[in-house]
Write a protein that binds this ligand. Structure first.
Ligand SMILES: Cc1cc2nc3c(=O)[nH]c(=O)nc-3n(C[C@H](O)[C@H](O)[C@H](O)COP(=O)(O)OP(=O)(O)OC[C@H]3O[C@@H](n4cnc5c(N)ncnc54)[C@H](O)[C@@H]3O)c2cc1C
Length: 383
């Protein structure tokens, strides 16, 4: 299978990291996949091991305990996870999302309190936006954080929270002023180790991504110091979310491209060895056309992703283009995997075949990180 060579954003340090991550995913993640899929969460030990290898928060400055790299290093880790079909280890949320909220908006004290322990894996992080009554419409969140003296008292519930079962740090989206609309939303750093009234509900039973913990969280009179508001600025949460979400969308898009390339490789291997009607499945024109279409889609996807990542690294990726990348690449991801599964016949429907697993795991890509319809709204608004 020919390709266009190494993406320009993968400099030597990114390429070195990719090799380490590939090894790590093979030996420390994929090796435990069945256990984690049964229990529906990853063991905490994987976070510690990742921390020891410098794989956590590798895009956070060294002065805060991180690896001193750039966000390209996080994209690279996501891509390796996508390629290796790992959807269980929630590092994207931890290092690619929560750590960057803290770095971008946290007070010096918040950065020093949280980033070093996130980099070692002592603390696992989650972000809790979604509620039973508020997903796409973030302004509709009902979780509130009421001011009582020097404290905030949090009441409400969240659902679908990645890393929710394991997290010591939850970045909670809550209303500090119920009458101020988007300007009443704040992001609150909650230390779950010291939070009477905080509880974890079910680990949800998903149709795919079984090793990833996706949990319900509940807050009943949870008291935190007012200084726990991210950046110490009440009412800044919605603006902070809107600014950071573009990066989150690109991280999701990166896993989609890695997975598409793996789907193509897996399918090529299968059709070359599978014989039907006395010949290789590869020889049928339909097979060749599907493969040609898949290879073309994967190439365009890679080219678009690379251009988005390069623009993001240069600081000039607009929110609309990030939304385009999220909806289009995840749409292609699901479509490509479905076409590739078809060429596997019944074997494709078996989870022991990578393509079967990919099919189940891919579907949510069009929903989380902002539903694709919301992405199209963002694009349309910018035209
Ligand atoms: C596996 C998984 C992991 C997740 N991890 C996290 C996490 O870590 N933290 C977190 O906060 N959330 C998380 N989520 C939640 C996720 O971000 C939401 O599910 C998503 O934003 C959609 O919200 P919703 O499910 O409430 O759907 P709804 O908002 O009810 O939307 C349902 C559907 O309606 C359509 N729709 C909605 N609005 C519009 C519109 N304006 N125009 C046209 N169509 C529209 C879309 O098709 C959408 O899919 C996760 C979800 C899953 C499944």
């Amino acid at each position: 299978m020919s390709d266009e060579g190494v993406s320009a954003w993968k400099d030597q340090s990114v390429q070195d990291l990719i090799e380490t991550v590939q090894r790590f995913i093979r030996t420390e993640v994929v090796a435990h996949r069945e256990t984690w899929e049964r229990q529906r969460y990853v063991d905490r030990s994987v976070w510690r091991k990742a921390g020891e290898l410098g794989l956590l928060c590798c895009s956070i400055p060294e002065e805060y305990g991180g690896g001193g790299g750039t966000i390209a290093h996080e994209f690279a880790i996501c891509e390796v996870q996508g390629t290796a079909l790992d959807t269980s280890w929630g590092n994207m949320v931890h290092s690619g999302i929560v750590a960057h909220y803290i770095l971008a908006y946290g007070t010096e004290e918040q950065k020093r309190a949280w980033l070093p322990v996130m980099a070692t894996g002592e603390v696992i992080a989650a972000i809790a936006m979604t509620e039973p009554g508020a997903g796409s419409d973030l302004q509709a969140v009902r979780t509130k954080a009421s001011v009582e003296g020097d404290d905030l008292v949090i009441d409400g519930s969240k659902t679908f929270i990645s890393n929710g079962h394991n997290a010591e740090l939850v970045l909670v989206v809550a209303k500090t002023d119920a009458n101020a609309g988007a300007r009443g939303i704040s992001l609150i750093l909650l230390d779950t180790r010291d939070a009477p009234g905080f509880s974890r509900g079910r680990i949800l039973d998903k149709i795919g991504q079984h090793g990833a913990d996706t949990s319900e969280l509940s807050f009943e009179g949870v008291r935190v110091p007012r200084a726990s508001i991210l950046g110490g600025e009440p009412g800044a949460g919605f603006r902070q979310l809107m600014t950071q979400l573009a990066q989150e969308r690109l991280l999701v898009a990166t896993t989609a491209v890695g997975a598409m390339e793996t789907a193509l490789r897996e399918t090529l291997e299968h059709v070359r060895q599978r014989r039907v009607f006395g010949q290789s499945l590869y020889n049928f024109q339909n097979t060749r056309f599907v493969l040609a279409e898949t290879a073309t889609t994967a190439r365009i996807a890679r080219t678009f992703l690379d251009s988005c990542i390069e623009r993001h690294l240069a600081g000039n990726l607009d929110a609309s283009t990030a939304a385009m990348a999220k909806w289009w690449l995840t749409e292609q991801h699901v479509r490509v995997v479905d076409g590739c599964l078809q060429l596997h016949g019944g074997y494709g429907y078996m989870r022991e075949y990578p393509i079967g697993r990919m099919h189940q795991d891919a579907r949510v890509q069009k929903i989380y990180g902002g539903a694709n319809e919301i992405m199209k709204e963002l694009v349309a608004r910018s035209l």
